[in-house]
Design a protein around this ligand. Sequence first.
Ligand code: AMP
Length: 143
Amino acid sequence: MSAYNTMLVAIDLTEEAPQVLEKAKAMSVAHGANLVLVHVVEPVGYAYGGDIPMDLTELQTQLDKAAREQLAAYGEQYGVEKTNQIVTVGRPESEIHRLVKEQAADLVIVGSHGRKGFQLLLGSTANGVLHGTECDVLAIRIR
Ligand code: AMP
């Protein structure tokens, strides 16, 4: 029996995402594990703190649509079936914690840093995932 049955790979859709996906795919093949691909769209309202008096629903819908399209393209490229491609809206750490439980994942794979954590050893999302998840966490070193 393999050490891991379900691996959840969280990607931020930056140009660094393929580095994380390559390793996640290789890990899932090596373990014969189910691979679940996740992207969390951050609510547009967070960025503006609710200061802008306008309806951001359309912008949020567009971001969600773009994320689904990008995830579908990665899904096809890395052989992840549609039912294992998940796009949700919320705070990345919290959503990843929730999805780990929902999907009964036993390994979470993230990049060591992304846009927000460029100067840090572990980006804020990677750090948040590590500290709030009960299963193992693998941080792929972003080059
Ligand atoms: P960061 O905290 O931005 O430095 O990102 C570190 C890693 O966390 C990224 O390489 C991704 O694996 C993951 N991550 C960051 N943001 C998201 C997001 N919105 N959805 C899914 N995963 C994310």
